[in-house]
Design a protein around this ligand. Structure first.
Ligand code: ZN
Length: 118
């Protein structure tokens, strides 16, 4: 399984006209994709349902994930940080199959209900 890499991006906040949702669990966020500039979509994993990712530093349980459906990249802040803190991970999916595989799992587990802790 592909490992998530460390992020080192500037997230922009350019608002474009975009749908509010791309699935039941992924809704529009205030971040733009650092690679292609379109809005990122977000889902939140509730307490005790955090999503496990395999990073270059080992397994990390993430509380929220952002996705760019255009360049098929996932972004996740490290627990305790915001995405804009640039202390997180990203995963570029090389093909639509791996993108959808991740998307389905995250969509099933994720929620549009926010949580207060970072
Ligand atoms: Zn993108």
């Amino acid at each position: 399984m592909a490992k998530w890499k460390d992020t080192d991006f500037e997230y922009n906040h350019n608002y474009l006209d975009a749908p509010d949702f791309i699935s039941e669990s992924f809704y529009i966020s205030s971040y733009g994709c650092p690679k292609c500039n379109i809005p990122l979509y977000k889902t939140v994993f509730q307490p005790s349902e955090e999503f496990s990712i395999n990073t270059i530093r080992g397994k990390v349980l993430i509380k929220r994930v952002f996705v760019c459906p255009n360049c098929r990249t996932y972004y996740a802040p490290h627990p305790g940080y915001r995405l804009s803190d640039n202390n997180g991970y990203y995963l570029e999916c090389p093909d639509i199959i791996s993108y959808q595989h991740n998307f389905v799992k995250m969509n099933n587990l994720g929620s549009v209900k926010g949580r207060l802790d970072l």
